[in-house]
Design a protein around this ligand. Sequence first.
Ligand SMILES: [Zn+2]
Length: 454
Amino acid sequence: MQTIRARQALLPDGWREAVEIDIGADGRIAAVRSGCNLPDSVTDCLLPAPGNLHSHSFQRALAGLTERRGPGGQDSFWTWRQLMYAFLEKLTPDDLEAIAALAFMEMLEAGYGGVAEFHYLHHQPNGQPYERLGETSHRIQAAALESGLGLTQLPVLYSRGGLDDQPLQGGQKRFGCDLECYARLVEEAEAGLASLPDDARLGLALHSLRAVAPHNLARAVAVRPDGPLHIHIAEQMAEVTAVEQAYGARPIDWLLDNCQVDERWCLVHATHMSAQETQRLAQTRAVAGLCPITESNLGDGIFEGRAYVQQGGRFGIGTDSNVCIALSEELRSLEYSQRLKDQGRVVLADGHRSAGRFLYDGMLAGGAQALGRDSGALQVGKLADILSLDGDSLPLAGAGGDEVLDAWIFAANASIVKDVWSAGRHMVQGGRHRNREAIEARYRKVLGRLRGSL
Ligand SMILES: [Zn+2]
């Protein structure tokens, strides 16, 4: 049994002072007490640690390498994708594990308690499966185990090169599966999860409407009758136009017309929505998986935030390309993009919560739902996904209640995340991950070789 003490904590019924939380050996919260008699030296603030609902961990090693214009002078998501394909052709399973461990460690240091890893890099560079079909899935699991981050693994179905049914080409060959291969992959991923702590989860993912043919959608969804179900959708206008031309409807309208979209689903990006799609998606109780830093980096566009949340739409946050793993900056980018778009202030909030509190509450609920993870609140019985903010840091000087969140999200430059627990595993202590030295040293070696070969 561990006991954590804090000056303030965000509990389900609001902020409380002088709080003690007991964590049981099962990784769950065993007791929560407030108004305790604590020494003055206890200054930190406790929050539930949210789930990161969308990551491609291998892309972490590509960060900072794609910020130059290409020869055509017309850089876009699609030219970035070509660079990403070229990069991943060089990755070995050892590389993948080293990069994922680094990314997962950084997620914990940023304050995340879990991650939904949207994993599509299944095969060898020529498209041949590895000797064990689930080889790379198992590498992701090994990285999760080493880092201590809670894993929701999402093996991805990717079975064609585009809406016109063209075959997979070049870098895409590493992703490809037909349905039979996909079902076996999911089975192997599930078998591998037995070696992880029991907070680990398995879900499904369909890469996109581009990569999964309509007749395969329902069959893929049926591979598992429950658990999280994720899809990339409406990230780029070129994709919206192409789907409209091929299927006669915009992507989200088409998906809602052709699949039973409910709480299982996480629609990653959902950037480009008509007013009708915004309203329809908000009513499904599915989660919109927003990835504000990556969407900014890739020039995707701005989410229909105000209308979506006003209609009760659920959202969560993902680090996606992992170009910069910074939890507070994701929320800041989300709110600032809405302010720039609407030429207003405090856009994503309601009458009784500040912007920071509204965004954080949304992220907690959406993350827990999209990860299928029993977390998101400092409440007895929930998984102990918890972070502490440094109460002695300057941004938090004099801050109480929701101001703590506003100061962290909008006014702190350096990280003020001090300690992080994932299902009770105390992996970040004093701002630093317990295994940082070994994970970082291995990553530096991998990066040196990969960058040298680009
Ligand atoms: Zn993605």
